[in-house]
Design a protein around this ligand. Structure first.
Ligand SMILES: O=C(CO)[C@@H](O)[C@H](O)COP(=O)(O)O
Length: 224
């Protein structure tokens, strides 16, 4: 199974201090930085775009895990590649039948390719992409906002994915923290996005370390 990665969602950071906030997370043990890109159309919120990723890239060399919550994911691939994004994760609901070609384009531009599914989207929609995608992102809230309640019913999708694809990076995102990490980790998730629970913690380094330990403990059980 791929290694545990903890990815603080910078949506919960103080955007006026973005570089400092990201450096703080890296010092506190973050493996990846999760960047929520929203276009106000695919989701009812507007956040950041490629120019912000480009600016941030000058300050951190950490893996930038970009989650594109946009209606036209094909349109932004070059911009994010040039900006220094490491992972370009698009929604299967937005790309549909063009997903395979989109993954090819993302790879040709030097990024890893992730495919995200909203809570109501069946997980078998991503199965045909398993030979080309680098990661599947299982949303555990409706995309659009940080600070929402974890939807436990989405975790069955993680179990199904892990059983079928033991070597795939499986990311979970939305409402995750120390109170429910074991549910996601025991299902087989290895990439954990957390905004509110890390940025809102009095001790983010301790929270990151505990989240990673929970994934590690679950992975030991898988390997037995
Ligand atoms: O993609 C999203 C929301 O659409 C997430 O990345 C959230 O920003 C995670 O924040 P918390 O639920 O952990 O506060």
């Amino acid at each position: 199974m791929p290694s545990a990665k903890i990815a603080p969602s910078v949506l919960s950071s103080d955007f006026s201090q973005l570089a400092a906030e990201c450096k703080r997370m890296v010092e506190d043990g973050a493996d990846w930085l999760h960047m929520d890109v929203m276009d106000g159309h695919f989701v009812p919120n507007i956040t950041i775009g490629a120019p912000i990723v480009k600016s941030l890239r000058k300050h951190v060399d950490t893996f930038l895990d970009c989650h594109l919550m946009v209606t036209d994911p094909d349109k932004w691939v070059e911009d994010f590649a040039k900006a220094g994004a490491s992972m370009y994760t698009f929604h299967i609901e937005a790309a549909g039948k063009d997903s395979r070609a989109l993954i090819d384009k993302i790879h040709k531009l030097g990024m890893r390719a992730g495919v995200a599914v909203k809570p109501k989207t069946p997980i078998d929609t991503v199965f045909p992409l398993a030979d080309v995608m680098d990661m599947c992102l299982v949303m555990t809230v409706e995309p659009g906002f940080g600070g929402q309640k974890f939807m436990g019913e989405c975790i069955e999708k993680v179990k199904v994915l892990r059983e079928k694809f033991p070597d795939l990076d499986i990311e979970v995102d939305g409402g995750l923290g120390l109170d429910n990490i074991d549910i996601a980790a025991n299902a087989g998730a290895n990439v954990i996005v957390a905004g509110t629970s890390i940025f809102g913690s009095p001790d983010p380094a301790d929270t990151i370390s505990k989240l990673r330990a929970s994934v590690g403990t679950a992975q030991e059980k898988f390997q037995k």
